[in-house]
Write a protein that binds this ligand. Structure first.
Ligand code: SF4
Length: 390
């Protein structure tokens, strides 16, 4: 089939399917570019069901660009606590400040101006311009790459320069065709747009590609039988669904082990804030160190961190998590200091030289600061240890 005709048919099939099957997500009830922008940044690397409560809370506490621009660092990190990839939230604030200073607080509509904002790449700029302003701007993220490579049977690695350029071209053609198929949502089961009479075809086409990738054209076990585009899909017809997209060899996972200490003194725990320019910058954590050996390293790590001999060290919790290609094991130990002993002497926190001030917090105060996900679990285990010691 000729490419143009095929593209048109795909667009029609996807727009019809989206109108009948779109999920009712809170950011789909608005055309406010700020609200859509926040959702797009949160959705990077994060699933929809995780994002919903975060987005709701963010929009309640920081309902405008000015509110986001002027929020304190503590508030921003607390609102993002658990979402990970915290550079996103700091860039979001920087961009909000630029919108305030350069664009008088009004989110820019021109693609190049959107793309120039901190933390906004080609995908996010395209998503905002198409969803908020119905502009025919293409998008290409992991979901869309999977759908398009399968629909068109593209065997090249999508990260390769030429293949990537080809994918952007196809995404461009799809959304350009959508522009010619004017769709209003007023008769559509997309309930969230029920009140809207404007044309949403570009917005809906891009969202339908993302939605198909999320719900039907999954990485494994794609549900091709119920896919609205299966009659047009090369991978389905040629039985190549499992082999596309061709992402090359997976990076080998690397294991890393850290030990952390929940140092308790008079019912308070020592925590410290991570500095700028490192992973999880500005978040709070229990003092910790990466180790390479076995159990004896725990004692050595304590000495390194505090320049003191460890007192009684009890296992507290073990948290396993993944960051990019790293499989991290974080083993935490509880160390109770005697009540009469001053926490500052002879304990010396070596890391203080490069970190912001440490704090001693009671467990009920843990909620006032933002922890990384792993250390949030340790905080909860530390709080329980106080209760069980009463
Ligand atoms: S037919 Fe299958 S592989 Fe092709 S787009 Fe639909 S779900 Fe994906």
């Amino acid at each position: 089939m000729e490419l143009k005709a095929k593209t048109e048919q795909i667009v029609t099939a996807l727009l019809d399917w989206f109108a009948a099957n779109a999920r009712d997500l809170p950011w789909r009830r608005t055309h406010d570019p700020y609200a859509i922008w926040v959702s797009e940044i949160m959705l990077q690397q994060t699933q929809v069901k995780t994002v919903i409560p975060y987005w709701d809370r963010w929009m309640r506490e920081l309902p405008t660009i000015a509110a986001a621009a002027n929020a304190s660092s503590d508030q921003l990190h607390k609102l993002w606590e658990g979402l990970g990839y915290y550079t996103r939230v700091r860039n979001l604030q920087k961009a909000a400040q630029v919108v305030l200073e350069k664009h008088g607080g009004k989110f820019p509509q021109h693609f190049d101006a959107v793309l120039a904002l901190p933390g906004i790449g080609r995908y996010t700029a395209g998503a905002i311009c198409s969803i908020a302003f119905n502009q025919p701007m293409p998008i290409l993220d992991g979901n869309v790459i999977r759908v398009v490579t399968r629909l068109f049977g593209l065997a090249e690695n999508p990260k390769a320069k030429n293949a990537n350029a080809k994918l952007w071209k196809i995404a461009e053609e799809l959304v350009a065709h959508a522009k010619t198929q004017r769709r209003q949502a007023n008769n559509s089961p997309v309930r969230t747009f029920a009140a809207s009479r404007r044309d949403n075809s570009c917005s809906f086409l891009n969202q339908s590609l993302m939605e198909l990738g999320a719900l039907i054209c999954a990485p494994r076990n794609a549900q091709c039988r119920i896919c609205p585009a299966n009659q047009l899909c090369v991978a389905f017809k040629e039985n190549r669904v499992a082999e596309l997209p061709n992402l090359g060899k997976r990076e080998v996972a690397t294991t890393r082990r850290f030990v952390a200490f929940a140092l308790e003194w008079n019912g308070k725990f020592l925590i410290q804030q991570r500095p700028s320019g490192v992973v999880n910058a500005h978040l709070w954590e229990f003092p910790n160190l990466e180790v390479t050996g076995g159990k004896s390293d725990t004692q050595a790590a304590f000495k390194t961190l505090f320049s003191a001999k460890p007192e009684v060290i009890q296992p507290l919790a073990t948290v396993k998590h993944s960051i990019t290609r790293y499989r991290v094991t974080l083993e935490a130990f509880l160390v109770r200091l005697t009540k009469t002993r001053s926490p500052s002497s002879p304990l010396k926190i070596l890391t203080c030289g490069t970190r912001l001030s440490p704090r001693w917090l009671e467990p009920h105060e843990f909620d006032s600061v933002a922890f990384s996900s792993a250390h949030k679990k340790l905080a909860s285990a530390a709080a329980k240890s106080i209760l069980s010691n009463r």
